[in-house]
Structures are given as C-alpha cells and as structure tokens.
Design a protein around this ligand. Structure first.
Ligand SMILES: [Zn+2]
Length: 624
C-alpha cells in the first residue's frame, strides 16, 4: 500500500481536474510577471511600445529609384532599458543572398535599401549595415533608452523598386505598389523581447500600433492611394474629382472617380510638376501606397456601424482591362457590410479600404493588393478573405510571424461563413473542402500533423500553410459547433474587446474563451491546437440496448471534430444525430452514441461534412 501525505493527495486531485496547456517558458515568464493574465485579459502590468512616424516618400515613374525620409519618435513603455533598437529593412529581401522562402527571378533582385542618413535625437550617426541578417539590423543608441522614455530617429533612404511585383514592386512601368517601404522599429514585446525573425516572404506582419503622417510626392497626372485619410484632396485633385470623392463618402452609389479616358486626358490631378499627397492614420500597424498614371479609380461607401451610422469609404484602382475589377467596389462594399454585421460582427474599424489590382492577393491595413481573375466569383472570394484580415491581424495586433494561425485561421473561417451567404452552403462548403481541407487531410505525411501551436516561423510549405489556414480554421469552426453561435460570438467578441490594439498570443485567446464561456475548454484546445492530431473516426461496432442501439466510435485521429451519425432504418426512413465535439470530452479515444428507437437499424454511417475524415473506409456499419 502506498500512503501519500494529505497535501500531496489534494494537489494531485486539483491538478487532475484541469488539463493544462503547454506554455513555452518565455510565455510562462510573461504570465508570472503579470503582463498577461490567466483569465485571458491583458495583465495588470501589460505594456507595448509605440512610435510616431512622419514619412515622406518620393517616386517618379518610370524611374525606378524611390526615396524616403522620416522622423520616428519611438516610445519605450517597457520596464526594460534598451541599449539597441532593432530596425526592420524588409525590402532587403530583394538583395541577392537574403534568406528567402522561395526561388526568385532576376527581376526580383535589387540592391536593397540604402540608408543615406541616420540621426539619433538629431545627431548624425553612423549607420552600420553590417553583414548578414539583411531584413533587420540592430542600431546601437548613443545612450540607452530608459523605461518610459523616448528617442527620435531620422532616416533618409532610397531603393530601386523591383521589376517583379508580388507583395510590392512594379505592377507595370508606371504603376507602383509600395509596402514594407520604410525603416521601422521592430516589435519589442513582453514575452520574447526584440522580434528578430528574418522576413523571408512567408510571414506577413508583426508590427506595433503607431501614428503616421505620410507625404507621397508623385508627378502630375499620377494618382496616389494609401492607407489613411487624405488630408488635402483639393490640393492634389481637380475640383470636380475632389467633389466626387467627397460625395462618394456619403453615398451607396458607385462613382467613377477617374476612368482610363480621364487619366489619359489628364483630367484627374492638380497640375503641379509634383503633387504632395498628405495622409494620416493613427493607432495602426502599417502604411501601404500605390501610384499610377493610368489606373481607373472607383469609389463608394457603406454603413459599417449602425449605432452611429458611420460609413467607410470603399475604393478600387485597376487597369481598365481587368473586367472583374469593374465590380470591385461592389465586392468591397459587400465585404465591409457583411463582415461588420455578421462575422466577426464588429464594425469595420477603419475609415476606408482601397483594393488595388496587382499580383499579391494580400492584405494591408486599409489596402488590398489582389490579382485579376476571369471568374468574378473567385475575385469576390479573394477580396472577402483579404478584407477579413482587417480584424485579424490588423485590429487585433497578431504576431503572424510566430502565430499565423491567429489571423489566417480567422480569415479562412470568415471566408467560409460569408461564402455560405454569397453562394449557398453546399457550394461554399465544397469549395472550402477542396481549397482548405483536402490537401491536408489526404496527405498522411508527418509534416501535416505538427501541432498548430508550433511557431510558424520554423515551418514551411504545407506544414506552414495547413497549420495556419485549414487546420486552425476548422478548429475554430469545431468550437463554434460545440458552443453554439451565441456563446461562440460572446467569447470571440470578448477576446476582440480585450485585445484589439494590443498584441494577443494564443494563450490569451484560449484563456478568454475558457473565462467567458465559464467552461474549462483546455481538453479541446489541447487536442486541437497542441497535439499531433487529425480527423479520423471509425465505427467499432453497433450493439443493442434497452432503448435501441449503441454506436461505439473510435477517435483514431484525435481531433474532437463534430460529425453527423446517419441512421438508416429497415423501413427506409433515416435519422441524423448531430454530435458536437463535447462527445469527446470524457474520453478522447472512444465514445458511444445512443440511438433511441423502436425501429430496426439497417446501417449507420458517419458524415463530417467540412470536417473531412482521413479514412472513410471505417465510417459505416451495416447490420449483419
Ligand atoms: Zn490570408
């Protein structure tokens, strides 16, 4: 017999009540320091750093040289003294030899970012470009930046815009897209310190919330579109165009701000050798810009917040030949409307969005860069996905470099939900299965089954893609199935309310759902986000009971997914018993579903719908 001290017995009993979630040691330290809280809220000592950016960007197509100048006031809200600042120079991804996710052509390669001048608190400083680690550099300060103090940095720089365009670059010889275009201070956070993950063209954003003033100098007859609110429309546009822009902000109608003919006739911009377009945006994670001397420009607006009748502007800029883009403002209005009112059901948080025709299929704050497509239904699908990113990662400040599933998983989920309204459930679900689930569930390789919590910066290819998109999304949908729409929405909104404008990490999300639902959901999170699981159920057998039948189901893959148990009776009737994931709470390996009936069962089968099963050969049973 083994005797345990009473205290130990008590401890073992309480520990066994609650499955704990794995927490990396650095994250655990943050919770212990109370920057984060075990109830899912920001901790009593939560902090994040911020900056005020005043940027001037000058471009003169078809000259490929782009130059910039900026002042940054960087505020250290952390309790730490910072002897160095990490500066992001993401466009160095274009330099030969940079660490990069995929192959590139010569048209992608450039000499990268050239820092022409660097000042600290107004003093000329030596910019050390150093060797290696091209997309970020550590800049040593003349004197360390103390807690709750700020430092002013100045940069002058230039770079050649790349001929090959993806997330940024030349869309054509006189249409440029500028993203990641200015030196910025990388994120210094409470759980990892400086973010020094190399930009490899796989990760997208992890940025502080900053305030921006941006001036874009562009030649006469070039229109500039940007993140932010245009401060001087009457200085840079012809009066009639400025009037139409203003009118579009108050109307559901779609206005042609500029047609191709207007652009070619030079009827759009004010006629100065260079126009200076001034933009501001506050509490936002990035700025992105497009310029063109021939793209058409449409505009409208839509009510995104019913309570205060707030409208958001929806604009598009495109080559006249792109047929789908002639409907892009319509698609954009629908996206803002639906996403504001249904899922996530939080009013679009910005004053504007602009959808630019490029090649990236990529989101930016208040901007989208999408390719043109022959099928307008597909174009609408892509823009809905990109605009859904407004909430995750931009409103929520997600660290996509490490936890891409916290934003791609949501954009993928919202894309399905809006698609069901657009195209019908069957069509949307079929597309979701084909596009988001099929590749993962039907590939038995080990890289497909890595836990979703694995830091995304160490993953590549399908391991990255499926963890970030399909597996994460269908996990959220499984939780939605279990909690029901009302409770799921309440938990999601609480998470968004607690963390918007901040930097939540996965544990903040999981703990908020536990807290707000009043349930210990760790068994679910653990099985879905922290384990090497997938979806595979199998019927072990069907037996007679006093009330009818008992179906014993094995959970071979380990994911607690919902499913329908479809029962066929010998009288040719059938019945569908939906099983929410809670079926697997007591025992993740095996569960019994009872069929209460006086009829005789002919066969039983399992149907997961979008929750596709890796092996369907064991999903049915027929009476002997
Ligand atoms: Zn996405």
């Amino acid at each position: 017999m083994l005797r345990l001290p009473a205290l130990l017995v008590f401890l073992l009993a309480t520990l066994s009540l609650r499955a704990q979630l794995y927490m990396p040691r650095n994250v655990h330290a943050a919770y212990n320091k109370q920057t984060r809280s075990f109830d899912g809220r920001p901790g009593a000592r939560y902090w994040q750093n911020t900056g005020r950016y005043n940027i001037t960007l000058t471009a003169n197509p078809p000259d490929r040289n782009v130059s910039g100048s900026e002042k940054i006031v960087y505020v250290n809200n952390s309790p730490d003294t910072l002897p160095v600042l990490v500066i992001r120079l993401i466009l160095n991804i274009h330099k030969p030899g940079s660490i990069r996710n995929g192959d590139v052509t010569d048209d992608y390669l450039t000499t990268g970012v050239h820092i022409d001048r660097f000042t600290i608190d107004g003093h000329e400083s030596f910019w050390n470009d150093g060797a290696g680690n091209n997309t970020w550099k550590a800049a040593r300060l003349a004197k360390p930046l103390l807690p709750h103090d700020s430092v002013q940095l100045g940069f002058d720089w230039h770079y050649p815009i790349s001929v090959q365009s993806n997330r940024e670059g030349m869309i054509d010889s006189t249409t440029y897209f500028f993203a990641y275009f200015y030196p910025r201070v990388s994120v210094f956070d409470d759980y990892h310190g400086w973010d020094i993950i190399d930009f490899t063209d796989q990760q997208e954003f992890y940025n502080d919330f900053n305030d921006y003033t941006l001036t874009v100098n562009a030649p006469d007859n070039f229109v500039v579109w940007s993140t932010g609110t245009l401060q001087n429309p009457r200085e840079v546009l012809q009066p009639a165009v400025a009037d139409r822009l203003q009118e579009s902000m108050r109307s559901d109608s779609i206005f042609h701000m500029a047609t191709l003919a207007d652009m070619l006739a030079h009827h759009v911009t004010a006629h100065h050798p260079m126009n200076s377009w001034k933009w501001t945006a506050s509490d936002i994670s990035d700025m992105t810009v497009a310029i063109s001397d021939h793209f058409a420009w449409d505009a409208s607006s839509v009510v995104v917040d019913d309570a205060i009748q707030r409208r958001a502007s929806v604009q598009s800029a495109y080559n006249d030949t792109a047929r789908d883009f002639h409907r892009m403002v319509e698609f954009g209005r629908h996206s803002l409307d639906w996403l504001s009112h249904h899922w996530p059901g939080v009013p679009y948080p910005f004053p504007k969005t602009t959808i630019v025709q490029g090649f990236a299929d990529m989101e930016y704050p208040m901007m989208v860069n999408d390719g043109t497509n022959a099928d307008p239904i597909f174009s609408r699908f892509v823009v809905e996905h990109e605009i859904a990113h407004t909430w995750f990662p931009f409103y929520m400040g997600i660290n996509e470099s490490r936890y891409a599933f916290m934003d791609e998983g949501w954009a993928t989920t919202f894309e399905l939900l809006i698609g069901r309204d657009d195209n019908g459930v069957q069509k949307a679900d079929d597309f979701y299965k084909q596009f988001r689930i099929n590749g993962w569930i039907n590939d038995p390789s080990d890289e497909e089954d890595l836990p979703i919590i694995t830091p995304e910066n160490v993953l590549k290819n399908s391991a990255y893609g499926n963890n970030a998109y399909g597996k994460a999304s269908i996990g959220y949908l499984a939780m939605k199935d279990m909690l029901g729409d009302d409770l799921f929405r309440k938990c999601l909104h609480a998470f968004m309310d607690r963390w918007h404008g901040k930097h939540p990490i996965p544990w903040d999300f999981f703990y908020t759902f536990n807290d707000v639902s009043g349930m210990d959901l760790n068994w679910f999170w653990n099985a879905w986000y922290f384990s090497n699981n997938y979806i595979d159920f199998g019927i072990q057998g069907v037996s007679n009971t006093r009330q009818g039948y008992a179906v014993t189901i094995n959970n071979i893959g380990g994911y607690p997914a919902p499913m329908d148990v479809v029962v066929q009776y010998t009288d040719n009737t059938s019945e569908t018993l939906h099983q929410a994931p809670v079926l697997w709470k007591a025992d993740l390996k095996q569960a019994v579903v009872n069929i209460v009936t006086k009829k005789t069962v002919r066969s039983v089968s399992l149907n997961g719908g979008i929750f596709m099963d890796a092996d369907e050969t064991n999903n049915s049973w027929t009476a002997p």
